[in-house]
Design a protein around this ligand. Structure first.
Ligand SMILES: Cc1cc2nc3c(=O)[nH]c(=O)nc-3n(C[C@H](O)[C@H](O)[C@H](O)COP(=O)(O)OP(=O)(O)OC[C@H]3O[C@@H](n4cnc5c(N)ncnc54)[C@H](O)[C@@H]3O)c2cc1C
Length: 417
């Protein structure tokens, strides 16, 4: 079968590329191995609970989501711009005092850093607000941890009790070796908007994009086995041909034949889901565990943001552990409950384990990240193109931006219709 452009993969990068190519009048076919769109952004329904594929959030300030998504239709539910810190048996609420004045005193008195740290954070927030994203990504790449200590001069107290667990939950790595560009960019996005979940789960994001493409464009359960000279062969044996083929799979889904230098190092995460009769956290808070050598990095109660996440009056608790948990389930659950009991009391024993989700390839290695791409990074050979978060940075914004770039290059090279 023949079309103008074949896109392999219906993750956020592939979907965004498809939208832009369609706008330019190209006939597009998207071949997706799974039975739904979204790739790493998906939601599963289990016994009436909505389980996102690993805890993740959309930052409303992302330029690409602002461009392609209708936030109103997603019915976004926002987190408080702050967190609850778990430290030595006590819970401390901290928040951006400019946006949550009611938590001003609690933030000031919290163990999250010294008074001087709090002033430095305010100064950094103001600086990042006036710094264009393109300038953030022009900065010399250094590990985030080095910049926090040496350039921003934050104390050990602020790093250990707030920044390290917070950023580890975003970068999905505990050493904070991720490029400082990503730290500055992410902090800017947090300051300029909110972390949010769509009312019906993260999967609503790719679903909204796929709806814009119209019926029959995405072919599900169509796993690509081989790509050769303008032809794509599926595992079923079916073939599709096109003058342009765009590989929009995760980096680990690409074979070395296509991308000899692709970054396949990655970070991993395991998210445990529990149900409870009573919520352990009231309100839309992210909870960070500050314990050194902790097992649990962060948790939240999605049903406190949207009632649709849990049936009836139940609560859904999402507990994230960085990396792949190799212990058996019983041991891991015991470990989680032991660690959280000092904060939430005896009720943790009544949490009912629903499921855990292990994601080996969660984010690409982010020691080097970027915001712009040369045509040569997208066009691998005549007629063969690539996009995906691994080309720019591991985020919803990075994935969508790479897809939009790829579409631009294809239109330029293959011509408009
Ligand atoms: C647990 C977790 C937490 C995250 N947290 C955040 C967060 O809080 N904020 C944020 O902005 N970002 C977050 N991210 C990152 C973000 O989700 C990703 O960067 C983004 O979804 C990547 O999109 P993509 O299109 O590049 O790749 P993918 O979503 O991986 O899409 C690739 C698609 O290709 C398909 N495919 C692969 N091989 C084949 C084949 N042979 N044939 C056909 N189809 C194939 C796959 O099925 C998939 O649908 C998180 C990711 C994870 C996993």
């Amino acid at each position: 079968m023949l079309t103008d452009v074949i896109i392999v993969g219906a993750g956020l990068s592939g979907l965004t590329a498809a939208l832009e190519l369609q706008k330019a009048g190209k006939k597009v076919v998207v071949l997706e191995a799974e039975d739904k769109p979204g790739g790493r952004v998906s939601t599963e329904k289990v016994d009436g609970f909505l389980l996102d594929k690993g805890f993740q959030v959309m930052l409303t300030a992302y330029p690409e989501t602002q461009k392609y998504l209708d936030y109103r239709k997603l019915r976004l539910r926002q987190f408080i711009p702050g967190a609850i810190l778990l430290k030595e048996g006590t819970k401390h609420k901290v928040a951006d005092p400019r946006r949550v004045p009611s938590l001003f005193i609690s933030t000031l008195l919290s163990p999250a850093g010294t008074f001087s740290d709090k002033m430095k954070l305010l100064w950094l927030s103001q600086r990042l607000q006036s710094k264009p994203i393109v300038d953030i990504f022009k900065q010399e790449e250094k590990p985030t941890m080095e910049v926090l200590r040496e350039e921003y001069g934050f104390s050990r107290k602020l790093i250990d009790n707030f920044l390290q667990p917070f950023m580890a939950g975003i970068f999905l790595e505990t050493e904070l070796q991720t490029s400082r560009r990503m730290f500055d960019f992410t902090l800017k996005m947090f300051i300029e908007g909110y972390a949010a979940l769509p009312e019906m789960g993260m999967e609503e994001i790719p679903r909204q994009l796929s709806k814009q493409l119209g019926e029959g464009v995405i072919h599900y359960k169509s796993k690509v086995k081989e790509v050769k000279e303008g032809t794509v062969r599926l595992t079923s044996g079916q073939e599709w041909s096109a003058p342009a083929i765009l590989l929009a799979t995760e980096a680990c889904g690409l074979t070395n034949d296509y991308l000899p230098e692709v970054k396949t190092n990655c970070s991993s995460i395991t998210t445990f889901y529990f149900s409870a009769d009573k919520t352990p956290v009231k309100g839309p808070f992210l909870v960070l565990n500050t314990k050194p050598n902790r097992f649990v990095n962060h948790l939240c109660v999605p049903s406190e943001l949207s009632r649709a996440y849990a049936p009836g009056s139940k609560s859904l608790i999402s507990v994230s552990v960085i990396g792949i948990v190799e212990q058996n389930n019983q041991e891991a659950i015991k470990h989680i409950k032991q660690e959280l009991k000092p904060y939430f009391g005896q009720q943790v024993q009544d949490w009912h384990h629903i499921k855990n989700i292990k994601i080996r390839y969660a984010l690409p290695d982010q020691r080097h990240v970027q915001q712009q791409l040369a045509d040569s990074s997208i066009c691998l050979s005549p007629g063969l193109y690539v996009c995906g978060d691994h080309l720019l940075n591991g985020s919803i914004n990075g994935a969508m931006r790479s897809g939009a770039f790829a579409a631009e290059v294809i239109i330029r090279k293959e011509g408009k219709v």
